[in-house]
Design a protein around this ligand. Structure first.
Ligand code: NDP
Length: 341
C-alpha cells in the first residue's frame, strides 16, 4: 500500500515510518528541510525504492500539501505533523499549522487524490479532556469526550493553547468530511494519545532538542529532580511511542472498521514519582543524580482529586497489548544514554 506520512521527522512519525517500511509499504513522507530529508534517506538505504521524502516547508499555508498529494497511487494518509512545544509567543503559532495543516491536507486530497480511502490524523488526549474536570473523580474521559475550549481560550496559557490547537484541528477534520460539498471520498480516524514516552530514532534526535513528552525523563537522569521531583502536571495518562505508531498503522491500513473512530490510545496512568522509582531501580549508575527517599514531589493527587478514564473501546478495536510503564521508561533511558545522558 502507498502511504503519505506527514511530519516524518517527528518523534512519533519516525516510529510510524520504521513500521511502514518494515511491513513492505511504499511511503511518501514530508519534512520541513533538506537536512532532515537527507537524514531520513541516509538511514534507510535498503528502502530507497520504497521511500520518497518530500519537502513541505510550512503546513500553516493552506496550499502546503497541494502538490505532494498528487503523487499517484496514495491510498492512506497519516497526518502527524503539528507543533508540540511551548516555545511560542502567540498562540497563532500553534493554531495555524494545526488547523490549516489539517484542513489544507483534507482539501488537497478531496480535490486531487481520488485513490485515498482513509486519513488518520494524530490528535491528542488534549482534545478529549476538560481542564476543569481533571480533578473531578466522577469524570470518566473516553473516546466520546470533547475538550470544550475555543480559539479565544487559547490566550489563557500555553497548555490551553496547545489543547485548543488539537481540539480545533480535530473538529475541523470532522466538519470537513461531514460536509457533502467537500466531496470527500475517504473516511477519517483520529489517534488521541496522552503523554507519549519511548525510545527515539537516533538518526533524527539529539539531547538538547529532545521531543517535548520525553523532556521529563531527560530532566530526571540529568539530576534536575535531585532536590524536588517535578510535579507530574494536570493529566496522568501516558502511552509508549511504539504503541502509538502501531495504532496509526493498524487504523490506517489494517482495520477497515476503524473508520470514523477516535482512538484513545493509553496504557494507563503514570506519575513522575513512578518514573523516578523505575529509573532508580533499573539504573543504579544514576544514584548520585537522583533524589533520596526523603525528597518529595511528583506524586499522584489524592484519589478524590483525580479524573477517571475508559479507553476499552480503543483497546478492543486495536487489539494492542499496551507496553508497560517500566519497559517504556527503561527503553527511553537506554535510548537517551546513547546520546550521552
Ligand atoms: P515532534 O515535535 O517530534 O513532531 C512534530 C512534527 O510536526 C515534526 O515533524 C515537526 O517538524 C512537524 N511540525 C511542527 N510544526 C510544523 C510546521 N509549522 N510546519 C511543518 N511541520 C511542522 O512531536 P511528536 O512526534 O510528539 O508529535 C507528533 C504529533 O503527535 C503531533 O500532532 C502532536 O500534537 C501529537 N501528539 C503528541 C503527543 C506526545 O506526548 N508526544 C501526545 C499527543 C499528541 P520538525 O521536525 O521540522 O520540527
Amino acid at each position: 500500500t502507498k502511504v503519505l506520512l506527514t511530519g516524518g521527522s517527528g518523534f512519533i512519525a519516525a516510529h510510524i515510518l520504521e513500521q511502514l517500511l518494515k511491513k513492505g509499504h511504499d511511503v511518501v513522507t514530508t519534512v520541513r528541510s533538506e537536512d532532515k530529508a537527507s537524514k531520513i534517506r541516509e538511514n534507510y538505504p535498503e528502502y530507497k525504492d520504497k521511500l520518497n521524502v518530500q519537502i513541505v516547508p510550512d503546513i500553516a499555508k493552506l496550499d502546503a500539501f497541494d502538490e505532494v498529494v498528487k503523487i499517484p497511487g496514495i491510498e492512506v494518509v497519516l497526518h502527524t505533523a503539528s507543533p508540540f512545544h511551548f516555545n511560542f509567543k502567540d498562540p497563532k503559532e500553534l493554531l495555524e499549522p494545526a488547523v490549516n495543516g489539517t484542513t489544507g491536507i483534507l482539501k488537497a486530497i478531496a480535490r486531487s487524490a481520488p485513490s485515498v480511502r482513509r486519513v488518520v490524523i494524530t490528535s491528542s488526549f488534549a482534545a478529549i479532556l476538560t481542564e476543569e474536570k481533571l480533578t473531578d473523580p466522577n469524570t470518566v474521559f473516553s473516546e466520546k469526550s470533547w475538550n470544550p475550549v475555543t480559539a479565544a481560550d487559547a490566550h489563557k496559557n500555553q497548555a490551553t493553547a496547545y489543547r485548543a490547537s488539537k481540539k480545533l484541528a480535530e473538529k475541523a477534520a470532522g466538519d470537513f468530511v461531514k460536509d457533502p460539498a467537500n466531496n470527500a471520498k475517504f473516511d477519517v480516524v483520529t489517534v488521541n494519545p496522552p503523554m507519549v514516552f519511548g525510545p527515539l530514532q537516533h538518526y533524527l534526535a539529539s539531547l538538547d532538542a529532545i521531543n517535548t513528552s520525553n523532556e521529563r525523563i531527560v530532566a530526571c537522569v540529568q539530576g534536575k529532580w535531585k532536590d524536588g521531583v517535578a510535579p507530574t502536571g494536570a493529566a496522568f495518562n501516558w502511552v509508549d511511542v511504539r504503541d502509538v505508531a502501531t495504532a496509526h498503522v493498524k487504523a490506517g491500513l489494517e482495520i477497515p472498521e476503524a473508520g470514523g473512530h477516535r482512538l484513545f490510545t493509553t496504557a494507563g496512568r503514570f506519575s513522575n514519582r513512578e518514573i523516578l522509582d523505575i529509573i532508580k531501580k533499573n539504573f543504579p549508575e544514576y544514584a548520585d543524580r537522583l533524589p533520596g527517599d526523603d525528597v518529595k514531589g511528583g506524586e499522584y493527587p489524592p484519589k478524590d482529586k483525580l479524573y477517571g478514564f475508559d479507553n476499552s473501546e480503543t483497546t478492543k478495536l486495536l487489539g494492542i497489548d499496551w507496553i508497560s510503564l517500566e519497559t517504556s521508561i527503561v527503553d527511553t533511558v537506554k535510548s537517551i544514554q546513547s546520546f550521552g545522558a
